[in-house]
Design a protein around this ligand. Structure first.
Ligand code: CA
Length: 230
């Protein structure tokens, strides 16, 4: 449940399954949309960290999905990697014009695709691709699962660690309880929204043990964010 969230938009079921399997093996969280309309809906419900977008799609074509995502404030900077038919140069150029970040031609090798996704994420969302990230005075070592604040060790339970890691990937962005539940607990688990408040409380207590600046902002009726600006 830990890695970046990839929305795979692909109508060929066999290929979608193959992509999901390989992405999950690499540590990504994966959701799959089978057509363009579904993709736009899903991207709104749970904003992904990266969109892997097939060009030829039923209902709303890939190029239109790309254009509409770029018009939305919550998806304007989301990395988009297109899957195009081999040699279709004009699609590729139109896609890049409309704001896609990279493209991979079909048929592709899985390892090449994974390398391209990592490269795009590293370029656009460095915090998602790195083992160590720092937000304000908090540093998170993902490989060692350790958190420090102003040099002092912060002891967190596994759920609090995941919550912090997720919030730290998008500092300043407000997440609803439902979004945090999906990201940290998984969308197929039933957990009450109130549970998020309990774990945020624990995270806050651990982080603020030796500091009087609370980096977790509670946004009434909206959710939480990790924020050092306000
Ligand atoms: Ca297709």
């Amino acid at each position: 449940m830990q890695g970046p969230h990839v929305l795979v938009v692909e109508d060929e079921e066999a290929l979608a399954t193959l992509l999901k399997y390989n992405l999950e093996k690499e540590g990504y969280r994966v959701t799959v949309a089978g057509d363009g309309e579904e993709a736009l809906m899903m991207a709104e419900e749970a904003p992904p960290d990266l969109v892997l977008l097939d060009w030829m799609l039923p209902k709303v074509p890939g190029i239109e999905v790309c254009r509409r995502l770029r018009q939305r404030s919550d998806a304007r900077n989301t990395p988009i990697v297109m899957l195009t038919a081999r040699g279709d140069e004009s699609d590729r150029i139109r896609g890049l014009d409309l704001g896609a970040d990279d493209y991979v031609s079909k048929p592709f090798s899985v390892s090449e695709l994974m390398a391209r996704l990592r490269a795009v994420l590293r370029r656009i969302r460095p915090a998602l691709a790195e083992d160590k990230i720092t937000v304000g005075d908090i540093s998170i070592d993902r490989a060692a699962r350790r958190v420090r604040r102003r040099g002092g060790e912060v002891h967190l339970g596994p759920t609090e660690f995941k919550l912090l890691d997720y919030l730290a990937q998008h500092p300043g962005r407000v997440f609803s309880r439902e979004q945090l539940l999906d990201a940290v607990w998984g969308s197929d688990v039933y957990v009450e929204a109130r549970t998020v408040d309990v774990h945020i409380g624990r995270l806050r207590k651990a982080l603020n043990k030796d500091s009087d600046i609370d980096p977790i902002r509670t946004v009434r009726s909206a959710g939480y964010s990790l924020d050092f600006e306000s």
